[in-house]
Design a protein around this ligand. Structure first.
Ligand code: GTP
Ligand code: MG
Length: 290
């Protein structure tokens, strides 16, 4: 997640000084760690007003830097949605093409099924037959019910059927997959809005959580994607997929700082077990121990 962060940090502060040179080097280190410039500025501004001891060492730097970053991210650490005793939960998964939605849905289904909850899936990606098939394979593997629609049928209709089935057949949770869409395709974004409206229908008593799945290897461009999606639907949290790959951890810090949207989970592989809840303390530890 972070490549040799501490090693590089130690080499910057070998001079045991906080001065213009070391701050510039720290700025570069944070930037190559994928923390966006706005967030880097905020971190450095806070660091500059810290009091440091004369015998400044790497532990002191790490502790202060870690605390500054933790203060930014900790308020946005949110656990996976809990199941309510009274009302079923509907998780509506959205995101751009290939971000990891369908795989994340399998991971979420696995998480809730393992706790003994009754889970149903909704394949509202009706654009590609392969998409429905992909989700159906996960459903088969986990022995889950799934609602599908005919190819190119109205995805909002699959959403409706999935929510209705969740309620009428006493499922604890329905998880809805949607087709990947680019945020600049306003027709597809309007369609997303329509699906969202179906879930919000007053006659359907559910708790809705809309989760945007973001590919963490795409770095800073994720910020723009999320901002655009948020213009059409209210997003409760993000799951960042593909953290086992080339993703660099700093993106998380700037996503939180700029978007103020909670991070719910982190995808760490292609298997259904590869989902971690976001833990900000663990994140800082990984960063400072890397
Ligand atoms: N390494 C790794 N691969 C992942 C992760 N999540 C998803 N993938 C892979 O990324 C690719 C795309 O994942 P999908 O779940 O199909 O993505 P999607 O958002 O549903 O894609 P579309 O429906 O085409 O928009 C697949 O090859 C997945 O196995 C992850 O956390 N780690
Ligand atoms: Mg998909």
């Amino acid at each position: 997640m972070f490549k040799n962060f501490t090693k590089k940090l130690s080499s910057i502060f070998i001079s045991k000084k906080i001065d213009a040179t070391t701050l510039l080097e720290l700025e570069e280190l944070l930037l190559i760690s994928d923390v966006g410039i706005e967030t880097v500025d905020k971190i450095l501004d806070k660091l500059k007003i810290e009091k440091f001891s004369d015998s400044l060492d790497i532990i002191e730097i790490k502790t202060k830097l870690g605390k500054i970053i933790l203060d930014i991210i900790e308020p946005f650490e949110v656990k996976l949605p809990k199941i309510d005793k009274e009302l079923p939960l509907i998780i509506f998964c959205i995101g751009v093409n290939g971000s990891g939605k369908t795989t994340t849905i399998a991971k979420l289904a696995n998480h809730y099924k393992a706790q003994g909850y009754k889970v149903i899936l909704g394949a509202a990606d009706t654009f590609r037959a392969a998409a429905t098939q992909q989700l159906s394979e996960w459903a088969n593997q986990m022995n889950l019910e799934i609602i599908t629609g005919a190819d190119n049928s109205d995805p909002a209709s699959v959403v409706y059927q999935c929510v209705e089935n969740t309620i009428n057949n006493n499922f604890n949770i329905g998880i809805i997959d949607t087709a990947g869409r680019l945020q600049n395709r306003s027709d597809l974004m309007e369609q997303l809005k329509k699906m969202n409206k179906v879930i919000q229908n007053n006659n359907l008593a559910v708790i809705q959580k809309t989760i945007m799945v973001v590919d963490s290897t795409t770095g800073q461009s994720t910020i723009k994607q999320v901002q655009e999606f948020a213009k059409y639907v209210s997003i409760d949290g993000l799951i960042l997929s593909k953290f086992d790959g080339s993703a660099i951890g700093g993106t998380i810090v700037s996503i939180i700082n700029q978007l103020k949207i909670p991070i719910i989970g982190i995808g760490t592989g292609e298997k259904k077990e590869d989902l971690e809840e976001f833990d900000s303390n663990k994140f800082i530890k990984r960063m400072l121990e890397s």
